[in-house]
Structures are given as C-alpha cells and as structure tokens.
Design a protein around this ligand. Structure first.
Ligand code: SF4
Length: 286
C-alpha cells in the first residue's frame, strides 16, 4: 500500500519507472539499498482511504485480477537486471547498491488480490531460482483488514518460510480516529483479531503514522488509547516485533492534504519514549 510510510525515504518511487506493470524499484539512500516493490493494485484501488495516502487518484475498490505469468516474468527479469545488469551502476548511488528486500507495497491494499497466496508462492519460486542473498526479506505492507481471508492467512504462513515480515497499519485505535485518518469503519475487535492472526503466522510489526490534522497532533486520549492497546497486546503475549513509528514526510495526494502537517519533533520523541516504555522495540522515522 502505498502505505505511505513505506515510501518516506525513497529517491525514486515512480511505479512505472522501470516500464513494468507490477514490479518497480525503490532506491533508498537512507535505508542503504534497493527494494523490489510489487504493486498488485495498478488500478489505484484500496478498501481504505487514508488522509495521508500518496496514491494519486485513489479510489475505493480491490486489486484487479493479477496476470501471474506476467508478474513472474517481470520479477525474474528485474531481479536478473539487478544482479547482472547495469541498473545498480547507472541508477543507484554507490552507498545503496545492495538488494534490501522484496516488498508487496503498491497503489492499494495488496491482500485484496484474490491471487495473494499464489503471488507469495510465485515469489518463493523465483527466489529459489535466483541467486539472491540468504537474508533477503519479503515484506508485506498492509492495512491488515483482510488477514482473516483464508488465502491471505495461508500466504502469511508461507511468507514466514521466506524470511517474511508483515507491516500492519495501526494509526489509531479509536473508531473516530480510524474513520478520520484511515476512512474505515472496521471494528477494533476485528483489527485486533487480524493482528493476532498475522503475528501468529509471520513476524509482524505495527506500522504507525502520526500527523497533525488542522494543526492538532493526536489528542491525549488518542495517544493513551494507543498505548493501552499496545500494552494489552503485550499482556496477552501477542508476539510483536515492534513498532515502525513514522511522521508525515511526503505530501498526501488526497483532498485533505492541505489540512495535514508533521507533528513536531518533541511530540514524536515523547510518544516514541512512551511506546518504548511498554517494552516494545520502536524504529522511528520522524
Ligand atoms: S491503506 Fe491507506 S495508505 Fe495504504 S493504499 Fe490504502 S488508502 Fe493508501
């Protein structure tokens, strides 16, 4: 998903920069490497509508039917190019000439693709056939709303065997906050259940974006609710890897963009500390 935060630090995030339908490179100097992005939503459709979403002309909907042979051909060709072609030398700064991960992160919710499980199988097959670094990660960036679909859940189990990681979006745990920020009415209970399913299947990080709306950072009650939520998960023994905590770094492509701003650094640092105090690891990208 153009789960916006994923794209915060990229130098080139144009989906069609390699002229491919599903596969695109993300070059990140800050992260020191190249990520191979897989976009299962070339139709710019998502079941959520986050205020900060960077997808242009975002519309409500699901991924279209995926042309699996085409996706496989593109992935093989692009990995081949990265390993043996000129891409690294001509397109990537010297300090980032490293393949970092394969990431399911496109212009909408990737798990809305009916072929999700087959896509994971396909990635596993291609990975097995190519001479790739053993520690290469497979990252799924998701809003988590469809994890309870059998095909998605099965795909996560398969991901765990492929050095997989799930980045599960949790920006707010109040109904009003989730409606305002994510444009979803999905219940907190379902989100919690899906999060537990994800964490039991595959290493899972919470992915949390904090921002100001109309000049106001998240309210005290929002922040407290989030921390209680995290503490409860820990109390129940849900095996979370930690929290990826992001600020707003790139402009939203949605109509509410003018109402949004970054929270200030002091707010972010204080929230970071409060999450860390629960015992969870936090990776901060302010
Ligand atoms: S979940 Fe939100 S940020 Fe991600 S693609 Fe959908 S609307 Fe955009």
């Amino acid at each position: 998903m153009a789960h916006a935060s994923r794209l915060l630090d990229v130098t080139d995030h144009s989906r069609d920069s390699a002229g491919l339908a599903y596969v695109y490179p993300v070059v990140s100097r800050r992260a020191g490497g190249v990520s191979v992005g897989i976009n299962l939503n070339p139709n710019n459709a998502c079941n959520w509508r986050c205020v900060y979403c960077q997808v242009p002309e975002l519309r409500r909907g699901t991924a279209p039917a995926i042309d699996l042979p085409r996706l496989e051909a593109e992935l093989r060709a692009f990995l081949q190019e990265l390993r043996y072609g000129a891409f690294m030398e001509t397109q990537v700064p010297p300090d980032a000439r490293r393949l970092r991960d394969i990431a399911l992160s496109g212009n909408g919710e990737p798990t809305s693709a009916r072929e999700f499980e087959q896509v994971i199988e396909l990635i596993g097959r291609v990975r097995g056939d190519c001479d790739l670094p053993a520690d290469l990660k497979l990252v799924l960036i998701t809003n988590g709303s469809l994890i309870d679909r059998p095909g998605v859940h099965a795909g996560l189990h398969r991901m765990a065997q492929l050095n997989g990681e799930v980045w599960f979006k949790v920006d707010s745990v109040t109904p009003a906050g989730r409606l305002r920020i994510n444009g979803t009415r999905m219940s907190l209970r379902r989100m919690q259940e899906n999060l537990k399913l994800a964490a039991a299947a595959c290493p899972t990080w919470l992915q949390t974006c904090v921002l100001q709306i109309d000049g106001r950072p998240p309210s005290d009650s929002e922040a407290d609710a989030y921390l209680r939520f995290v503490e409860e998960l820990r109390g129940e023994g849900v095996p979370l890897e930690g929290v990826l905590l992001y600020g707003l770094a790139r402009p939203s492509m949605q109509p509410d963009a003018p109402r949004l701003a970054k929270v200030d650094r002091a707010w972010m640092d204080a929230f970071h500390e409060r999450i860390r105090a629960t015992g969870l690891a936090v990776r901060l990208n302010p």
